[in-house]
Write a protein that binds this ligand. Sequence first.
Ligand code: UGA
Length: 445
Amino acid sequence: MAETQTIGIFGAGWVGLVTGGCLAELGHDVIVRDVVPERIDALQGGELPFHEPDLPEMLARNRGRIGYTLAAEDLVEAETIFICVQTPPTYSGDADLSYVWSALDDLPRTERRQILAMKSTVPVGTGEKVRAALEARGHENVGYVSNPEFLAEGHAVRDFMNPDRIVIGAFHDEDGAAVEALYAGIDVPVVNTDVASAEMIKLAANAFLMTRISFINEIANVCEAVGADVVEVARGVGLDHRLGPHFLRAGIGYGGSCFPKDSLALKQLASNSGYHFQLLAAVIEVNELQKRRVIQKLQKHLGKLRGKKVALLGLAFKAGTDDMREAPSLVLASRLLAEGAEVRAWDPVARPGELMKGAVLCDSVSEAVTDADAAVIVTEWEELRELASPEVREAMARPLIIDGRNLLDPEETRAAGFAYEGIGRPTSPFAALPETPELEPRIPQ
Ligand code: UGA
């Protein structure tokens, strides 16, 4: 069990609340500070601003050990202060650190030694800049530690409590040790290193995961051309212990709040330092093209998409979250609308609102697929495993399923009377579709 510390957290976003909730669960006293009054009000009332499994229960369970505030001065007693603010991309693709600098501006003053621990994903070199900024602001008693997070949305609580490793980059060993002590209840390897390397570990880990995804997506595209099945290929590749089975699911391309932003930030960081990161540039480009492949598949089956009704099933960037940031569904919907198709969109938790302007948002799968010319599985929600049912087949104008996540079994789906196409899998014969009379356009061009 860790010795109880008082922890401050800047930022009541997803990283801040998962970090705060989990540190409270480990027995620490936590105070989370945000600048948005409605957010603090909601949290004090027990409401979470996003969907993350197990987190509401964890925050409720530790209510006595976690508080929320607008006042940065309330963090004055904290021994460690985590920075968990957003670092969105700027126009140039660099990470925007303005929220980090505002947190520094708001840092309360105390005589005691405090440690600032960076959880936000930042470019390599940020630690050095923060250290200089702390000195310039007269915070000589504040130490700095890079302690990146490796949490994935949808199972962030599990990732925090059962991580693969804890990475701690410090300028002074004793600061690193103080942060390491916070995790005393968790038994995993700790990578104690310098600040720049810790910052790079986070960027490199994400870049590697993205590389695996774009790699398997390209293998999938080749599989389609040569008649192999990428699911089988990934299984065979992943059993090599030097490679492992993870992040080899071919699909519709990666999205989310991290990979797209972090890939640009790392590419930009390299290029600002005079290096052209060619492989990462290719990973990004493959991903952009992958999001659009579903359109070609629809065109292959339906011809012109003008006036066709397409059901987009699943809108969040992946299952287990309501996060719509950089979701492939957004690119798909806007490409379909641009082609003149009618988009009927459904998700069990994501509510895209204005982001999906022009699409009809449906309350159920059956509403979305009614009279549809095609159903596209965009997010791998469990409930979509049952999609190839007689009811859905009956409801659709044409029983065509494009499975952007390889969620369904191709043979079973075809046996259920659907034309089916996954990603990187042997394709359905066109003959499976009924004759398709040219429809009147439903949306004027
Ligand atoms: C990712 C990393 O997995 C975390 O380790 C990291 O901490 C986090 O970014 C971050 O930087 O904060 P996350 O974006 O929540 O987490 O989600 P992932 O589960 O990694 O999925 C990312 C994207 O890759 C999703 O669009 C997902 O559908 C896609 N993906 C994932 C694939 O297309 N194929 C796969 O095999 C795996």
